[in-house]
Design a protein around this ligand. Structure first.
Ligand code: G3P
Length: 211
């Protein structure tokens, strides 16, 4: 199980990595733009900031372009970069071509059928969008549960669920309980998960006794 920071913001990354319990980062084109950068040019500085895995999402759309972009991304830091490949026919073909040599994550997965194909293509991770699925289809937790059943129910492991689009601690825990092995979380959600009013109360109580 691993927590990945879902951000390309350098300050957030420094803080998350300094925590000691965040394993790496996940990015997508929207997160890169929000951090003031785009595409492959973002990757080198991100790999320098993060000791662990850096998920980079392909921005090109057809098979050959995606293969070229994949090569360029992995060349930046072969031991760190995980390719995030959006789920499409060509995306599946890219994963099938590269997954024997590189860890690939199939992202934007919105059905168990897609997750099954991703596994057959050799994806190391499938990435369902919990909150977005709830907003657009009704129940993102049920989607993760259905994907977990397809991936694990028939004892053919090897492909793990990295749940993304998580907006609250409740969604984070629901994703884990539904069968996700890993979480991609915004920094504010990680902070929120660490807090509880009763913990604060207990800390204050003990502090008063020792002051
Ligand atoms: O990185 C993928 C995921 O976290 C996207 O989240 O908020 O755009 O649905 P969101």
């Amino acid at each position: 199980m691993a927590i990945f920071l879902d951000s390309a913001n350098h300050d957030e990354i420094r803080e998350a990595i300094a925590s000691g319990f965040v394993a790496g980062i996940t990015t997508n084109p929207a997160l890169l733009v929000a951090a003031g950068t785009v595409g492959l040019e973002a990757l080198q500085p991100l790999c320098e900031l993060v000791p662990g895995r850096v998920f980079y999402q392909l921005t090109t759309g057809d098979l050959n372009a995606m293969l070229l972009e994949s090569q360029a991304a992995v060349a930046i830091s072969p031991s760190q970069v995980v390719l995030k490949v959006p789920c499409s026919w060509d995306g599946l073909r890219v994963v099938a071509r590269l997954s024997l040599e590189l860890p690939c994550a199939m992202t934007a997965v919105f059905s168990p059928a897609q997750a099954y194909l991703a596994r057959e293509a050799g994806a190391r991770y499938v990435i369902p969008y919990l909150n977005r699925s709830t907003r657009l289809m009704g129940d993102g937790v049920a989607l993760i549960s259905a994907i977990a059943q397809v991936l694990n129910g028939n004892h053919c492991g090897g492909t793990e669920i990295l749940a993304a689009s998580i907006k609250s601690p409740t969604e984070a825990v629901a994703a884990l309980n539904a069968g996700a092995q890993h979480l991609a979380l915004p920094l504010e959600v990680i902070h929120e998960m660490a807090r509880h009013p009763l913990s604060e109360m207990a800390i204050q109580e003990f502090r008063r006794l020792t002051q």
